[in-house]
Design a protein around this ligand. Structure first.
Ligand code: SF4
Ligand code: SF4
Length: 317
């Protein structure tokens, strides 16, 4: 079964697949509790809910015995023009990655059902996840032998890097399991030093300081202390991933047709973004992950980086 699942996942277009035994994530419980107690999740209150389920998949999916983890490369071939407001690479595709990953995972589930029977799944509850439930995806990817969690808190997949979507399928049956990968950051701290807002201090990510959170998740205005530190980013941030030597060594452009890039992202200059109206936004980004933050938030972020650039220019004069 182990080999069948991995082979099938690759044949469906996933770039890697691993399987871990479903058990309580004891090492994450303490860490997560401290992280939440420190309020590092900011306005993302949902992260504090379902604490027990989040740290034990057998409570989330009763009867769950194995966690299948799949990865899909999203590193785009084309870059944005210099000086364009920066969009995180994971949002380049025309179709929201949740839709793409779920569709592929559904196919994987169908194939497993056909060969091993419906009893492999708990049909009384959701058992397929892409960023949508209390599941510690990166930890499961690490346990499933796909990579390690770097000091920037992202998964670094062995031989392929960190520009990957993660999908999870929970099985109510046992199989063979992959061996966890040993951490390979060593004494490197490039991501920590490169973070413009010092969000990676003290061994964890303080979401309240992270540009990804500030430009997408937070419903509030970006606090003044961060306004001149956005480094041109208006929707997410890839800075800590960009400086990682493993990404420099391993990242290659994806070859997934489903991840067709929105043309405007790699063509538009800053004036095109600044002139965009809401109708255009809905037409261009209506199916993409970018719609999540919404038109107003994106335009506010664009105005913010323009304002800070103008202030810097004035100071230089
Ligand atoms: S995504 Fe950007 S702001 Fe967030 S930790 Fe990484 S470098 Fe810092
Ligand atoms: S930049 Fe260095 S410390 Fe950070 S994740 Fe990459 S290897 Fe690890």
């Amino acid at each position: 079964m182990h080999n069948f699942i991995k082979k099938t996942a690759l044949s469906l277009g996933f770039d890697a697949c691993g399987i871990a035994r479903a058990e309580e994530l004891t090492e994450d419980k303490t860490f997560l509790k401290l992280w939440l107690d420190d309020g590092k999740h900011g306005e993302m209150k949902y992260l504090a809910r379902n604490f027990e389920k989040r740290t034990d998949p057998r409570l989330l999916v009763p009867g769950c015995k194995s966690v299948v983890v799949v990865l899909m490369n999203y590193f785009p071939e084309k870059k944005q023009p210099a000086n364009a407001p920066i969009i995180a690479r994971y949002a380049y595709s025309e179709i929201d990655y949740h839709t793409i990953m779920k569709s592929k995972l559904n196919k994987l589930e169908t194939e497993i059902r056909q060969d091993y029977g419906a009893s492999c799944f708990n049909d009384d509850c959701q058992h397929l996840f892409v960023d949508s439930a209390p599941v510690l995806e990166r930890r499961w990817a690490q346990r499933a032998g796909l990579g390690w969690i770097g000091k920037h808190t992202q998964l670094i997949a062995s031989e392929i890097g960190s520009y990957y979507f993660i999908g999870i399928l929970m099985l109510n049956t046992e199989t063979e399991y992959d061996k966890p990968v040993v951490e390979r950051c060593g004494s490197c701290r490039r991501c920590i030093d490169a973070c413009p807002t010092r969000a990676l201090e003290n061994g964890s990510l303080d979401a309240r300081r992270c540009i990804s959170y500030l430009t997408i998740e937070s419903k509030n205005d970006i606090p003044e202390e961060f306004q001149d530190k956005l480094s041109g980013c208006v929707w997410g941030c890839d800075i800590c991933a960009e400086v990682c030597p493993w990404n420099k060594k391993w990242s290659v452009p994806n070859s997934h047709q489903e991840l067709n890039t929105v043309g405007q992202i790699t063509e538009w200059k800053k004036e095109n973004w600044a002139q965009m109206n809401e109708t255009e936004f809905n037409r261009i980004f209506g199916k993409s992950a970018i719609k999540r933050a919404g038109f107003r938030k994106l335009m506010k972020n664009i105005e913010m980086i323009e304002k800070t650039i103008s202030i810097v220019r004035l100071c230089i004069k």
